[in-house]
Unconditional design. Structure first.
Lengths: 616, 110
């Protein structure tokens, strides 16, 4: 019998040790605690993976204690592991371990070393809680917790104004999504009387489509916040202010996929709400295209990958939306491999260039950082969907399912795949080819950073074979339809990827004046895309500034200063006034006091006499 | 006054005691209110206490119950203690201020 609670408890212990004592501990101990706790969790998960047996028939369920008991609602602290959870656990702890190891090298010279690892361990705790939770509320605890850690880690360099602002933005935008999630939970409680996954999903087919659609759409709002989908994606690109390992772990591999996980977990609800499914697919597709176009124009290497993450998350939602849940999860897994690698590789490149993030000041790094180049090439091939790599399998599964659902979605997806290949390889050429355009001497990263990269590179290439997710998840979800001419579709998506790579090679290696010419000829359109469609400005104008102005003029000046302060101060003034009158009684003259006593006694006697007279 | 003598033969009626008690109490109150010397005021307090004692004893005798006596003893004990403390206070006040005029001792004013 496995003790599931140990899996999240270990990182939490690491958080406590590093968080409370970290300031006084030597770095070796901090490393051992932070990395060791996560690796131990990974080994526990691996043990389950090896020994669990048939999880589809009898998933592991463990009940620890009743958490909330109120009326008919009974919410327990339950952990459950089925195949979906197990895959997520593998991704979270596995990638988490690698990134922790990487971070010991990357963060070696940073201030607040222990603080960083304490937050990172806390994040692991909440993420594992999210994945293991056996009911919506426990999932929500993890959901909020990872949001908190995301906020803390984005704002890790808190002396930088832009970092704290980005942290705030991530937190506040996520509040909107969480609002939807909360409403969805309330609806579930009202309609089902429980939040337990098993009970809800068992009862869901019997409920009306309208109810399920409402729940699914509200859940989707939550997922859109956490997984950075239109219209709530704006926080993710800004989140790149955090240290690179954070970008890799939280904002690429694990936390942002929580929305996809949650929708997949709620597959029963979604499949019974066709309108919601269609919304998921369209939202995912729109986000995929939209973010990919922005990615084409960015120069900050982390921004490119950030928009790429948004775009790939859109792919996952497309998979979920067209009913190919296992394909969506498959892409989640492979994306975790290659996107974590892209970010960590970018971190290695940034490290090599002494903190430079602008690709215009990089270039020619293949001479200085050959291992970084090799691993980044693996990741770039995978994300471009090169045949045989992990990204190829998952992307192909999603696109095939999209074709079965609606051919136009397939075509949009293929175009996006082409753009994806283009911008990732554009970043690759700009970084490693040509001549070095920065300052100082670039250098290769230490082995503590490179070793995880090599492991991830292997997974990016071979992950598709190693983790055949649809096969593992067989029987959990309705099967995707067989599509005639699947080979043709596969060929088209491969061609799109190769074309993207080819065009980027031509534009950024062969004819390097071309990008500027294209940008000039497009003029305003190019600038619009370069400015990220000015969505931030739009949100500022329509939502942020009105809210700030309203808060300032109405809530602050009128409500707070006028009504609340007025009431409080008014009570004070009145009391003082009354006291001013009453203090006259306190003359200090004993005989006047005595007079009052006598008068009072007389008055009392008279009163009693009158009362006697009345009653008699 | 044959009726009065008659009444005396049958024991003094309770109303007489009560009237006497009320008169003494009123004298005490009047003295407390109108005299300025602390010692006099203090004596007036004793006067009021004893007026009350008188009515206690009178009622006790009337109802043939011992409770009134017990109350009286309590009042006497308290009065004795109060006299000790009160006189000590008066002495201290006089030492510090060289006056016993109650109107001048008003440092608790407003």
């Amino acid at each position: 019998m496995q003790n599931l609670w140990l899996i999240p408890a270990l990182p939490f212990l690491g958080f406590l040790i590093n968080g409370i004592l970290g300031k006084k501990l030597p770095k070796m101990v901090i490393n051992a605690v932070a990395v060791g706790s996560v690796v131990l969790s990974f080994l526990l998960v691996l043990n389950i993976w090896m020994s669990a047996g048939d999880l589809a028939a009898n998933p592991i369920q463990q009940h620890y204690f009743t958490w909330i008991q109120s009326g008919e609602i009974n919410i327990g602290w339950d952990y459950a592991v089925d195949k979906l959870t197990l895959i997520m656990l593998m991704v979270v702890t596995g990638i988490g371990s690698l990134i922790h190891i990487y971070a010991t090298g990357y963060m070696a010279h940073e201030e607040g070393y222990y603080r960083f690892f304490a937050y990172l361990n806390l994040f692991m705790f909440f993420m594992l809680n999210l994945v293991l939770g056996g009911n919506y509320l426990l999932l929500f605890v993890g959901w909020e917790g990872v949001g908190l850690c995301s906020y803390l880690l984005i704002g890790f360099y808190f002396v930088k104004k832009s970092a704290t602002t980005a942290g705030n933005k991530a937190f506040i935008v996520n509040r909107i999504g969480d609002f939807g999630f909360s409403l969805a939970m309330f609806l579930i409680v009202v309609n089902f009387g429980t939040l337990d996954f098993n009970k809800v999903f068992a009862a869901a087919p019997g409920k009306s489509t309208e109810t399920l659609t409402a729940i699914a759409l509200l859940l989707l709002l939550g997922a859109a916040g956490k997984s950075a989908q239109i219209p709530l994606y704006v926080w993710l690109p800004d989140a790149m202010e955090g240290p690179t390992p954070v970008s890799a772990l939280i904002h690429a591999a694990t936390m942002v996929t929580a929305g996809v996980y949650m929708c997949t977990r709620s597959a029963v609800i979604f499949t019974h709400a066709p309108v919601a499914m269609e919304t998921v697919a369209i939202m995912g597709l729109a986000t995929a295209v939209f973010a990919a176009t922005i990615g084409l124009t960015q120069y900050d290497i982390k921004k490119v990958f950030a928009y790429s993450t948004v775009s790939q998350l859109g792919y996952m939602f497309l998979g979920v939306g067209v009913g190919a849940f296992s394909a969506g999860v498959w892409h989640l897994v492979t994306h975790a491999f290659f996107k974590a690698l892209l970010f960590l590789g970018a971190g290695s490149v940034i490290h090599a260039c002494h903190g430079e993030q602008d690709m215009r000041h990089m270039g020619g790094l293949r001479k200085y950082a050959p291992i970084s180049m090799a691993v980044l090439a693996c990741a770039s091939l995978a994300i471009a969907g090169f045949p045989g790599t992990s990204g190829f399998f998952s992307k192909d599964a999603i696109l095939t399912a999209a074709y079965a659902h609606a051919p136009w979605m397939f075509w949009v997806g293929v175009i996006t795949a082409g753009m994806t290949a283009f911008y990732v390889w554009r970043a690759f050429w700009m970084t490693f080819w040509g001549e070095y355009r920065g300052h100082g001497h670039p250098h290769e990263s230490p082995w503590s950073m490179l070793a995880p990269l090599v492991v991830l590179a292997f997974l990016s290439i071979a992950g598709g074979f190693l983790f055949n997710v649809p096969k593992i998840l067989e029987g959990m979800f309705p099967l995707a339809e067989e599509v005639p001419g699947e080979a043709t579709l596969m060929g088209i998506s491969i061609a799109a990827g190769l074309a993207g790579i080819g065009v980027s090679y031509y534009m950024y290696v062969v004819n390097r004046k071309l990008p500027q010419q294209i940008a000039d000829s497009l003029g305003g359109l190019y600038r619009l895309v370069y400015d990220k469609y000015r969505v931030d400005e739009l949100y500022d104008a329509t939502v942020v500034n009105p809210v700030i102005a309203g808060s300032r003029s109405l809530l602050w000046k009128v409500m707070d200063q006028g009504v609340i302060d007025g009431a409080v101060n008014g009570v004070g003034t009145e009391a003082q006034l009354a006291g001013g009158w009453l203090k006259m009684l306190q003359s200090g003259n004993i005989r006047s006091y005595a007079t009052w006593v006598v008068l009072g006694a007389v008055a009392l006697l008279v009163l009693i006499g009158v009362a006697e007279g009345v009653t008699r | 006054m044959p009726e009065a003598l008659q009444a005396l033969n049958n024991g003094v009626p309770i109303s007489w005691y009560l009237i006497l008690s009320a008169i003494i109490f009123a004298l005490g109150v009047a003295g407390f209110l109108f005299r300025r010397n602390i010692i006099t005021v203090f004596m007036c307090i004793e006067l009021m206490l004893n007026a009350v004692n008188l009515s206690f004893v009178a009622f006790s005798n009337q109802h043939k119950q011992v409770a009134g006596h017990i109350f009286t003893f309590f009042v006497m004990v308290v009065a004795a203690a109060e006299a000790a403390v009160g006189l000590a206070i008066i002495l201290t006040v006089f030492k510090n201020r060289e006056t016993l005029n109650i109107d001048e001792i008003n440092s608790l004013k407003n």
